[in-house]
Design a protein around this ligand. Structure first.
Ligand code: ATP
Length: 330
C-alpha cells in the first residue's frame, strides 16, 4: 500500500480559558485530498481547534502541529501559506469592492506581480460567478455572494488546504447548494478540506471522515458510513397499499381479516397513512411482506426504508458522552 501524504498532523492540542478547558488533548490527522468534518454541539471547541491550527492561539504544553510533515514551530509564518481560511465571520473590507478585496488579499500573501493578481482574480471571479459584481462594494452584497467572495479570498494564494468554519451557516438553500458544489469541485482539484458544520446532511454526504467533538474531547473519529453502521438502530420500513384501480388505499380500507393476518405475521404499526415495520433485516422482512401480500391479494405501493442517520448517531454519542461525564439525559 502506498504511503498517504499527511496534510495536517495535530497532536495533544489543548486550550484553557480561565478555568475552562475548552480543548482537551485533541489529536488527529488529515490525509492529503481528504474532507474532514468536525462536528460538535455549540461550545464543543470546534472554532478553538481551528484557531490553534491557524496560529490565532498559541500552542501550549506538548501540542504539536505538522503541515505536510513540517513542524509549524520551525516555519512560524511560512506554514500559513498552506491555508485558505473561510472564517465564521468574514474578514473582507465592507467598503472595498470585490476586486479591491481580492487585490488586498493577494498583497497580504506576498503576490506582487500585478499581472498574476489580475489573472488569479479573474479566474476566481469566473469560477465563483462573480464577474458582473467585481466592482460592487462588499457591503452591498447578499450573504450568499459575500460567502462566494470569502472563498475567493481564501483561494487567491492557491493554498493546498482549506479550512471552512460553518461555510453554509445562514445561507439560503440555493446559496447552500452552490457552496457545496464549490467544495466538491475544490476536492476534485485535490485540495485538503477541514470543515466545521452543524449540518449532519452535509457531513454525511460529503465528508470522507468526521471527528465528533464534545466538551473539548474527540468522542468519535470515523467515516460517516462506518459510524452509521457501528451505531445502527433497526431500519424503519414504511409502506401503503394500492387499490385494484391503482389508487392508494388507506390502512382502514383493507379488510379486518387481512389486517389481523398482517398484524399476526409482522410487528406492524401505523403512522399517518403509512404502515410501519421496524426491522433488523430489511431485505428479509420486505421479501416476506411481498409474499404475504401476494397471497392476500394486496398490492404494496410507496415503500420507503429509513435507515439510521448520522444525526441519530451524533445525538446518541453526545448523550452517552454527557452521561459518562455525570450529565443528565436531555
Ligand atoms: P459553536 O458551534 O457555537 O461555534 P464551538 O464548538 O466552535 O461552538 P468554541 O467557540 O471553540 O466552540 O468554544 C469552546 C468553549 O470555549 C466554549 O465554552 C466557549 O464559550 C469558550 N471560549 C471560546 N473562545 C473563548 C474566549 N476567547 N474566551 C473565553 N472563552 C472562550
Amino acid at each position: 500500500m502506498s504511503a498517504q501524504t499527511i496534510a495536517i498532523n495535530a497532536s495533544s492540542l489543548s486550550k484553557k480559558f480561565g478555568d475552562l478547558l475548552a480543548v482537551k488533548n485533541v489529536s488527529f490527522k488529515i490525509t492529503k485530498g481528504e474532507i474532514l468534518g468536525i462536528l460538535g454541539p455549540n461550545g464543543a471547541g470546534k472554532t478553538t481547534i481551528i484557531r490553534l491550527l491557524t496560529g490565532l492561539f498559541k500552542l501550549e504544553n506538548d501540542a504539536r502541529i505538522e503541515i505536510f510533515n513540517k513542524n509549524i514551530i520551525d516555519n512560524p509564518n511560512e506554514y500559513k501559506l498552506n491555508y485558505g481560511i473561510v472564517p465564521e465571520v468574514s474578514n473582507a473590507f465592507s467598503d472595498y469592492t470585490i476586486l479591491q478585496n481580492l487585490k488586498f488579499s493577494a498583497g497580504i500573501y506576498g503576490i506582487s506581480s500585478k499581472k498574476e493578481i489580475e489573472k488569479r482574480s479573474m479566474k476566481l471571479l469566473n469560477q465563483f460567478d462573480l464577474m458582473d459584481k467585481m466592482h460592487s462594494k462588499t457591503k452591498s452584497l447578499s450573504k450568499g455572494l459575500k460567502q462566494r467572495l470569502n472563498f475567493c479570498l481564501a483561494l487567491i494564494h492557491e493554498p493546498p488546504i482549506l479550512i471552512l468554519d460553518e461555510p453554509t451557516s445562514g445561507l439560503d438553500p440555493m446559496s447552500t447548494i452552490l457552496v457545496r458544489k464549490i467544495i466538491l469541485q475544490l476536492k476534485k482539484e485535490g485540495k485538503t478540506i477541514l470543515i466545521t458544520t452543524h449540518d449532519m446532511h452535509e457531513a454525511q454526504n460529503f465528508c470522507d471522515r468526521v471527528l465528533i467533538l464534545n466538551k473539548g474531547e474527540i468522542i468519535a473519529d470515523e467515516t460517516p458510513d462506518r459510524l452509521r453502521e457501528q451505531y445502527k438502530t433497526p431500519s424503519t420500513i414504511l409502506f401503503k397499499f394500492e387499490s385494484e384501480s391503482g389508487g392508494e388505499k388507506l390502512g382502514v380500507d383493507i379488510s379486518d381479516v387481512q389486517k389481523t393476518d398482517l398484524k399476526n405475521s409482522f410487528n406492524i404499526g401505523k403512522k399517518n397513512e403509512y404502515y410501519v415495520l421496524s426491522s433488523n433485516n430489511a431485505i428479509k422482512d420486505i421479501s416476506e411482506l411481498y409474499s404475504f401480500c401476494s397471497k392476500s391479494k394486496l398490492k404494496i405501493s410507496g415503500l420507503k426504508i429509513v435507515d439510521t442517520s448520522l444525526e441519530e448517531v451524533f445525538i446518541h454519542l453526545i448523550r452517552n458522552s454527557d452521561l459518562a461525564n455525570g450529565g443528565e439525559i436531555k
